[in-house]
Design a binder for this molecule. Structure first.
Ligand code: ADP
Ligand code: MG
Length: 616
């Protein structure tokens, strides 16, 4: 019902609150005034309380070309006024306005939490200062600066390609999913994601605007996105409003025509029908609950891009974890460095120069380990889930998980190294294995606890990794995962998820890397770690800013709570409507009771939902 955001939302909330209070004061004055002037004050209270809702109702009636709850309420209270029931008319509008203020409150709370979360999101760029890479806040970039954009990273500001070339995914800006190739001199947009090779761009536009714009759009989308049940209710509201009008008209005209009731009594009951049958409480059953839950999660450090993802949580029965950077901290340490050929220092230099072009956690660890290496200027191509390829003076170098021509002496040594179960990165020169570096990552804290809690929800955890079988086995058993898939290319991860879905299971996938992006999209719900790459943050439905895997069982818990509260609300509001309608048919309800029952139920439903803001 509410579609306002940011400053606008705050202004509206303040205005509506002002209207509600003024209207309350006027009503108090009215009830103490002598009979002759009281209607004037009631009327004034009615006008002040109702004007905002009337405008809102009028606008959305025109926009959606259909009548709505606002229309019913205004009609009912106008009718009350015509029949001389001034107080009832004013009170009806007053409480309707109060319920509006409460809804806006829920909305503003969730927005506040979401925006504050986005402010802490790491938003940095790699600036080149005299050829040296320096990580800076995006806000510190200026027009003319040179920035390095590596594979998987987002272009930090609008600019043009200065050196190198790469393909970009510009879907977040243009909505077009096909990658676009950009060469030197071509312009690139902030937010475009580099999908294959690192390159240097020159900033051509102040970055602050575009980033802020994107953040606002992000939050806006989260709130605007309707859940399936919200959509159902909205559709229901549209149809049901006509039913109420029809019912009310028939109650007014039919009984007198058939000689059952006098005209006046029939009119009175008809107006009561208009009030009590209005689906205000039903319409308010879901949205505040969803917004409160979004807000609660946001304060915990979980950014959910829309209530519809919460709704899908209920059906999840598989949680698929990526390994590197998700189960493990993504801050691996080099454990062993073995060179199989003579020119050790040259290999070190080349390895570091190649890995410098990558944002992969392994690459960062390797660069850090060889801090004395001399960096050579070269161009690389990165293959997600495998590693990098570079050509240096006619030699082809591959770093990562690639095949090579096996040699007996080398394989013997490798076998011993493999036994440790550490992550292996091969250095291959022209199809020959010249060195291998092994790395060991630490497991994220709290994961064992999280895994236990996930299993308690009868959900099967599985692990998908591009790493080798031995490492995968070790990590899986350490954290309590029974089923894992190792040596996965990005498309293999997608395949695993698709197979599960074909079996009718619903999958939540958590990942951090560019190699996880396709699987995040193919899962029912995609979750990204907050310190993941831009592309995974962008494609995910949920971002865990705090990088805590206990968020998964926590999300299960709060969505369960949300569903319970929504169910309570729906059952309660339908019961109240039915009860009031039936009793009114027998003439047992007067307008005051009708207004009271109807409006109190609406407010109770919203207050019930606001409990979710505070729940533990
Ligand atoms: P995970 O699926 O567990 O997150 P990745 O798919 O990111 O792991 O990586 C799988 C394997 O690919 C690594 O174990 C490593 O051997 C290799 N690899 C990928 N990217 C790189 C890189 N930039 N440098 C070195 N090795 C890499
Ligand atoms: Mg990963």
């Amino acid at each position: 019902m509410i579609k306002l955001f940011n400053v606008e939302l705050k202004k509206k909330l303040a205005f509506d609150l002002f209207a509600v209070i003024t209207s309350l004061i006027l009503m108090v004055i009215a009830s103490f005034s002598p009979i002759e002037v009281a209607p004037f004050f009631w009327g004034f209270a009615f006008f002040i309380g109702g004007i905002a809702k009337a405008i809102e109702g009028f606008k959305s009636t025109i926009a959606e070309k259909s009548l709505n709850v606002e229309f019913l309420m205004i009609a009912a209270s106008l009718a009350a006024f015509i029949t001389g029931e001034f107080a009832e008319g004013a009170i009806l509008i007053f409480i309707f306005a109060v319920s509006g203020v409460l809804e806006e409150f829920a909305n503003s709370q969730s927005e506040k939490a979401l925006t504050s979360l986005l402010k802490v999101a790491p938003r940095t760029a790699i600036k080149l200062v005299n050829g040296v890479e320096k990580t800076v806040e995006i806000s510190q970039l200026e027009v003319g600066d040179l920035v390095m954009v590596k594979m998987g990273q987002q272009v930090p500001a609008d600019g043009k390609v200065f050196k190198g070339s790469a393909s970009f995914n510009q879907a977040s800006i243009t909505g077009e999913f096909l990658p676009v190739f950009k060469n030197e001199g071509d312009s690139v947009f902030a937010g475009a994601i580099n999908i294959d090779a690192s390159l240097v761009i020159q900033v051509t536009k102040d970055p602050s605007e575009s980033v802020v714009q994107k953040m606002i759009a992000f939050v806006k989308q989260a709130q605007e996105d309707k859940t399936k049940s919200e959509l159902t209710i909205t559709l229901f509201e549209k149809i049901y409003v006509y039913f109420v009008i029809l019912l009310s008209i028939s109650v007014i005209f039919l009984p007198p025509y058939l000689g059952w009731l006098g005209q006046e009594e029939a009119f009175r009951r008809g107006i009561i029908v208009l009030v009590v049958a209005s689906p205000c409480a039903l319409v308010a059953s879901i949205t505040p609950a969803v917004l409160s839950t979004l807000s609660h999660a946001a304060r915990k450090g979980i950014l959910i891009k829309g209530g519809k993802h919460l709704e899908k949580m209920k059906g999840i029965n598989i949680v698929a974890f990526d390994k590197t950077g998700t189960i493990t901290s993504g801050k691996p340490k080099v454990s062993q460095w073995t060179v199989f050929s003579e020119d050790t220092s040259q290999i070190e230099d080349i390895l570091v120069s190649i890995e410098k072009k990558s944002t992969h956690p392994l690459a960062k660890a390797i660069v850090q380990y060889f801090d004395k290496a001399t960096v050579i200027d070269l161009e690389t191509k990165e293959i997600p889930g495998q590693g990098l390829i570079a050509t240096i003076k006619k030699d082809t170098w591959k770093v990562g998980r690639f095949t090579y021509q096996e040699e007996q002496v080398v394989e013997k040594q490798l076998k011993v190294i493999k036994l440790k179960g550490h992550t292996m990165v091969y250095v291959i020169k022209n199809e020959k294995l010249v060195a291998v570096i092994t790395l060991k990552d630490t497991i994220r804290p709290n994961i064992i606890e999280a895994m236990k809690a996930i299993k308690e929800f009868k959900i099967t955890p599985v692990m998908l990794t591009g790493d080798n079988q031995a490492t995968a086995q070790l990590v899986a058993s350490e954290v309590g995962i029974d089923k894992f898939y190792s040596d996965c290319m990005p498309e293999d991860k997608v395949k695993v998820i698709q197979d599960y879905r074909k079996e009718g299971r619903q999958v939540l996938m958590i990942g951090d890397g560019i190699n996880d992006a396709p699987s995040l999209v193919s899962a029912n719900i995609g979750v990204s770690m907050g310190d993941g790459t831009d592309v995974s943050l962008e494609t995910a439905d949920i971002v865990m800013m705090n990088n805590d895997l206990r968020n998964i069982p926590y999300l299960m818990k709060i969505t369960k709570k949300m569903n319970t509260i929504v169910l309570q609300n729906v059952v309660f509001s339908i019961s109240v409507i039915t009860l009031l309608l039936v009793t009114n048919l027998f003439g047992l309800v007067d307008l005051t009771y009708g207004v009271f029952g109807h409006e109190v139920s609406t407010i109770l439903v919203i207050l019930n939902s606001l409990r979710l803001l505070k729940s533990k």
